[in-house]
Structure formats: C-alpha cells, structure tokens
Design a protein around this ligand. Structure first.
Ligand SMILES: Cc1ncc(COP(=O)(O)O)c(C=O)c1O
Length: 400
C-alpha cells in the first residue's frame, strides 16, 4: 500500500527553496557561489525587537497563548492596520499565525470546496498554486505582461471570473516581479470586484513597506471599503522587520471567516510562538525608522541591478516599484549556446547554465508560472550583487 496520500501529488516542493539548497551544496563543495535566489532580507532583526523577545523569555512569557494571538499583539496589529492602511479591524477580526504562509494555507483550507477556483495573477509567488491545489481548489492563472509592468488589467480579471470563482488572490507588491499597485491602479480592479459579489479577495501585502521613490502600495479595503466584508488583508513581520525566522504573519478580515481560521489553527499549530509574538508587538509598536534606512539601501541596489542587467545582451529588465526582486526577460538569450556548450532553450536551462558556469544562483520564471524570465533577489549585500550582475553580463556576452 502507498504510504503517501494522493493529496501530495497535487503539489511540488518549493522550487525557490530547491535552488537555494543546490547553491548551498555547491558552496559547501568549494565553489564560489553568489546566491541571488533568497526571499529574505539580508538585514538583521532590529536589536529592540530581539530585546523584547529576551525580556519575554525572562518574564516567563513561554506558554500557550490565545489561538488567534495574544491580546497585546492583536491590538498592535489592529493599530498597524489603522495607521498604515486606514482600515478599522476589531481584535476579533484579527488572527496571528505562524508566518503569512499559514494565514494563506488556513484561509484556502477553510474555504475551498473541491473544484472551487482561485484567480491568481501571474507571475505569482510559488506557493499560491500549491496551497490552492492542496486545498482541492483550482488555480486559475491570469498572465500579466512585462509591457504592462507585470500588473493585472481589470478586463483580464473580469474575463477570468466564473460561477466557480471563490477567491481572487492579489500580491501587492508582488513576488517575483516587484510590481506594486497604487490606489488609482487598484480602483478599476475594485470596480470589477464590486460587480461580482460572490468573489472573495485575499490581499497579500507582506512587502507593503518595501516600495521606492515615494510609491505607496495601496490595499484593497482602503481603496474600496465596500469590499471589507469579503476581503482578507494579510501582512506580517517577515519582510518589513527582517524577521523571517520568527514566523509571525497576521490578517484582518470578517469575523465569521477569522473564526473559521481560528478553528482550523486550533487543531494544527495552536498559536504562533509566544516569544515571537512578544517580539512582533515591539516591532509593530516600536520606532519604525530603520525601515526607511533599509528601503534606501534596497532602492540603490534595485537601481544598480536594473541598470547592469539591461547592459547584458539578450536581457530586458523592467524597473519595478517594490519588494526586493526584479524579473528580467531572457527572450534574447533563447536559442543560443553558452561558453561551456549548454543550449539555452528556455528560462530553466538559462538559470542552470548560469549557476554551473558563473556560480550565480537565481530562480527560473516557470517556477512563478511565467517562463521566459528569471527572478533575482537583491536582498543580498551590494558587493555580492554587483559581482553577480557582472557575472550575468559576462555569461550573456559569451552566448553565441
Ligand atoms: C508573496 C509572499 N507572501 C507570503 C510569504 C510568506 O511569508 P512568511 O514568512 O510570513 O510566511 C512570502 C515569503 O516569501 C512571500 O513572498
């Protein structure tokens, strides 16, 4: 008898993690590897956040908490949503989970019946399709072209909606493209959603704080409060506070749905770590100045990477508004042969040859449901980034 359930056949392991693992293995074998594949800030968690966690341990804050999170953290999250998004969520309309990823997982598992559809604009974060699929839902992809800044057009959203559509999942700013939507850009999308009252909205705003040149990513409910009763607004500490390992994500949403997420979580992980929750209270309520410093560094890196990539023959790189990724096209490299004889037939053979021949780890576009491109994370120190981009230039110049 097969021990592994058929459910698992519906998903594949995270390809971004797979590439990071391969890069680490090459490095362990002595190769000089520059990894531009990571999805986490290279900055350290701020000291005042670490101090709050240490104080929580010392104070004996080491027990189970409410499933939905400590009252202090839910208050801090409610205040965050009020301050940054202008959305009023009561503490009963908020849940804290073990990373934003668990919020998405819980939300899909709690709501999707077999065959229900979730609309996902692509390129998309690797985990959305798999989470929808494991919950027996059907991902419906809507491609968003580089010529539209990788942003969803309202008419394409409308065309994708069917009687089976349960969710529209929006990631703003987006992993892997860095594309972000302003309030004005969300307006036509909200108008479509208003015309389809049975469609729920999951907005993943986890990169909200990482936007450049004064760009302000908007959130769905801020733009259209009438969508509040059918929207989950998700955010977390991982990216804004360089806290990926602490595993704190959170969401606001209608009480009935938050109660369902709470019920499921009570039978799985119970609560997010009590110590991490104390740290998250400090992060959300404490001084926010270091975010601006981090954003200034990311912006310089983004500009450098875009400029250097656009100098690489065969590569076209759009300059995005946010997150810490760029998603260049490799169309001009397809059909060529690398210096060491690898045929570049698609984005995957491109990133494999780039890793083998120049020791630069990136992620191919197909992993994000959008072939013909690759993702570079610039959450890496500036020198490594410059070196990585020089190697990409050399690799592309060597293609014949
Ligand atoms: C778009 C997006 N959403 C959610 C997450 C999950 O973040 P967390 O660390 O809070 O689980 C990530 C992490 O890479 C992400 O890129």
């Amino acid at each position: 008898m097969q021990i592994i359930a058929e459910r698992l056949d519906r998903i594949s392991p995270s390809q971004t993690i797979a590439i990071a693992t391969k890069a680490r293995a090459l490095r362990a074998a002595g190769r000089d590897i520059i990894s531009l594949s990571a999805g986490e800030p290279d900055f350290d968690t701020p000291q005042f956040v670490k101090d709050a966690a240490i104080a929580a341990i010392q104070a004996g804050d080491t027990k189970y908490t409410d499933v939905a999170g400590t009252p202090a953290l839910r208050r801090a999250v409610a205040e965050k949503f009020r301050r940054d998004q202008g959305i009023d969520y009561a503490p009963e309309e908020i849940i804290v989970s073990t990373g934003g990823k668990q919020v998405i997982f819980n939300a899909m598992l709690c709501t999707l019946n077999a065959g229900d559809e979730a609309i996902i604009p692509t390129p998309c974060w690797v985990s959305y399709p798999d989470i929808v699929s494991v919950a027996e839902g059907k991902p419906v992809f809507v491609p968003c072209g580089q010529n539209n800044g990788f942003k969803l057009r309202a008419e394409d959203l409308e065309a994708a909606i069917t009687p089976r559509t349960k969710w529209f999942i929006l990631n703003n700013p987006c992993n892997p493209t860095g594309a972000a939507y302003s309030a004005a850009e969300l307006r036509p999308i909200c108008d479509v959603l208003l015309r389809h009252p049975d469609v729920w909205v999951f907005t993943d705003d986890i990169y909200e704080k990482l936007a450049y040149d004064g760009f302000k990513p908007a959130s769905i409910v801020t733009v259209e409060p009438k969508l509040r009763d059918r929207t989950i607004t998700m955010n977390g500490c991982s990216k804004a506070y360089a806290m990926t390992g602490w595993r704190i994500g959170f969401a606001g949403g209608p009480k009935q749905l938050i109660r369902a997420l709470d019920k499921l979580q009570s039978q799985s992980t119970t609560n997010a770590s009590s110590i991490s929750q104390a740290a998250a209270v400090a992060a959300l309520n404490g001084p926010q100045g270091f975010i601006g410093e981090m954003v200034a560094v990311y912006r310089q890196r983004r500009d450098m990477v875009v400029e250097m990539l656009n100098q690489a023959p065969g590569i076209t790189c759009h300059k995005p508004e946010g997150a810490f990724y760029v998603f260049p096209s490799v169309h001009g490299c397809i059909g060529k042969t690398s210096p060491k004889g690898a045929r570049i037939t698609d984005d995957e053979s491109f990133v494999i040859a780039l890793l083998d021949e120049e020791g630069v780890a990136t992620v191919h576009g197909a992993a994000f449901m959008y072939p013909g491109h690759f993702r570079i994370s610039y959450a890496t120190d500036t020198e490594s980034l410059r070196d990585g981009c020089s190697r990409i230039q050399r690799f592309c110049r060597g293609l014949v």
